[in-house]
Write a protein that binds this ligand. Structure first.
Ligand code: B12
Ligand code: SF4
Ligand code: SF4
Length: 325
């Protein structure tokens, strides 16, 4: 008898789903690692191609070989419990050109904290079922392909705009997962439903969607405003910011699935901090360290340091004024 046979009788998949929902996750799905072998190979080939093209820009951590081999992340992993949490609120971005645009993912409390707290609860419950059960959980916090596993576990599909779209909430969901040594029954991988649509490719102001499903970070406003630590932004980005100073939601805003299925979240933590909805560009261009601390408590936007806010806001101001002159 192997370990999993000893463990299996103590937790059934139905109970796991029920527990995940009780904790507040909006979607939950299961993926067994050995059911995903062919998909993992195809995914790794795509990822390797993406890396070979240099589409990771300065995100050298994307080269970590563990990202291509989940068993290096957790030896003995057999299954993943994948979860999604809806973060949509009906607020809209300001159309005033004196205001900067902050993308929805950063409006409220840091999603890493919100999901980690819930994943910890689910993990602890799982481990309490049997002493041999092992778990590790991630929310964009390790070399795990959150989108790939979400698709394998049937939560949604990897869409042409580079995001996972769910049928229930569109792409306004954060993804996380628990890795476990439990052998769980796989859900069916989600089928793809972009069809012939190309709205996101056409709407991207910097042509960052190099081909359907493939985002080139070098050309993506989200990458440059959040991850790029250089003193100035490349001209092709700076001139096309369209007011975005922290991330970019354009390719999600235009998506028909989001236009039809976005639903307000019940997670109070994702309600926007008031200062994040229509921040004057002039304020951001002069943001001091202490003001940065005050404005972004427990926020994913702390990844954007004060000097980056000033750089982004100045570039957005300049592109606005050159467009109006
Ligand atoms: C690197 C990264 C980025 C990079 C690169 C973006 C990207 N799409 O990969 C940058 C900094 C640009 C970025 C931006 C954003 N990100 Co980000 N990011 C990640 C991260 C850390 C890794 C993603 C990854 O592996 N990319 C590498 C490429 C190769 O992977 P891929 O998109 O899965 O590529 C697949 C396809 O290209 C496919 N493929 C390639 N060729 C072909 C051809 C065909 C025919 C087919 C079918 C498929 C196919 O195969 C590849 C491998 O599976 C994840 C967290 C995580 N740990 O997974 C978050 C994550 C993807 N980001 C997230 C978010 C919210 C964002 C932003 C929306 C934030 C914002 N508002 O600004 C933007 C969206 C930009 C966009 N259009 O994608 C969420 C997405 C949630 C969701 N619903 O999908 C994630 C999952 C974090 C989380 N845990 O919630 N991000
Ligand atoms: S996030 Fe913005 S810049 Fe990046 S691919 Fe989407 S529309 Fe283009
Ligand atoms: S806009 Fe169209 S092509 Fe792009 S992700 Fe949405 S459905 Fe897919």
């Amino acid at each position: 008898m192997n370990d999993s046979q000893q463990i299996l009788p103590f937790v059934d998949a139905h109970e796991i789903r029920q527990q995940a929902r009780l904790i507040g996750f909006h979607q939950v799905g299961l993926a067994r690692v050995d059911d995903s072998t062919a998909a993992i190979e195809a995914r790794n080939a795509h990822l390797q191609h993406w890396l070979d093209q240099g589409y990771q820009a300065d995100m050298a951590w994307m080269n970590n070989p563990k990202r291509q081999d989940i068993t290096q992340v957790m030896p003995g992993v057999r299954s993943l419990i994948c979860v999604a949490l809806n973060y949509y609120t009906p607020h809209q971005h300001s159309s005033d050109t004196n205001h900067g645009k902050i993308s929805r993912y950063g409006w409220g409390r840091d999603y890493h904290r919100v999901l980690q707290k819930k994943l910890k609860q689910l993990s602890e419950w799982l481990r309490s079922q049997h002493p041999d059960i092992q778990t590790r959980f991630y929310v964009d916090t390790g070399p795990v392909a959150d989108k790939f596993w979400a698709q394998q576990a049937g939560l949604g599909w990897l869409a042409k705009n580079g995001n996972v779209i769910t049928r229930k909430y569109g792409s306004w969901v954060f993804l996380g997962e628990i890795l476990t040594n439990l052998e769980l029954p796989s859900d069916r991988p989600h089928t793809e439903h972009c069809g012939t649509c190309t709205r996101c490719l056409e709407a991207c102001p910097t042509e960052a969607i190099a081909a359907p499903f493939v985002v080139d970070a070098n050309r993506c406003i989200a990458y440059h405003t959040i991850e790029n630590r250089e003193e100035s932004l490349p001209a092709a980005i700076a001139q096309n910011l369209e007011g975005w100073v922290a991330g970019c939601d354009i390719c999600q805003d235009v998506c028909p699935w989001n236009q039809r299925f976005a639903t307000e979240t019940d997670v109070a933590d994702f309600q926007p901090y008031p200062d994040n909805l229509a921040p004057p560009l002039s304020e951001l261009a002069a943001l001091s360290d202490s003001e940065w601390n005050r404005r972004f408590p427990a926020s994913a936007l702390r990844r954007i340091k004060p000097v980056m806010w000033r750089r982004n806001a100045e570039a957005a101001q300049q592109s606005r004024s050159s467009q109006s002159s």
